[in-house]
Design a protein around this ligand. Sequence first.
Ligand code: DLZ
Length: 166
Amino acid sequence: MADKKKNLSEISFTPHKQFSPQQVRIGVVVSQWNNEVTDKLKDGAVETLIANGVPKANIRVCSVPGSFELPSAAVMMLEADEKLDAVICLGCIIQGETRHFDFIAQAVADGIEKVAIDYATPVIFGVLTCNDMQQAVDRSGGKHGNKGVEAAVSCLQMIDFQRSLC
Ligand code: DLZ
């Protein structure tokens, strides 16, 4: 997690020798809610994948209305393309006056984990859960890094891990 002591965005990825990023196919699903933040998460994730050797043509970016839709969209993407190696889910949930935040955040976290386990495929939690917009800005290319970058690095690490087991 990005915080004052540790900014995961600065952690680089050192793959096993046999890992070939040119051959991976990755889905990126982005929530439109708080899109001024999620667009930056998407840019950070896509740029990081490309910088690590994933061809742009192998990255499929889709958008959904809100973070609540991320887990079901990940399933749809995996069902639509059997060759997808992973899905990165990106969203930004900000605390409001009601309990909506708690329900959405918990459902998204549980849902993404369930998809990853059910499909035995990396499905990455790149969702900001913030008290206010400033916290989100700080974590989407601001002073605490970019969670989209972290999500992309985690994604590559998990694909590499899965392939290293074969
Ligand atoms: C409804 C809602 C609210 C109040 N807040 C957020 C939010 O902060 N971040 C987010 O990604 N989505 C939010 N949504 C939308 C829900 O995720 C979902 O899209 C709708 O409830 C429709 O299912």
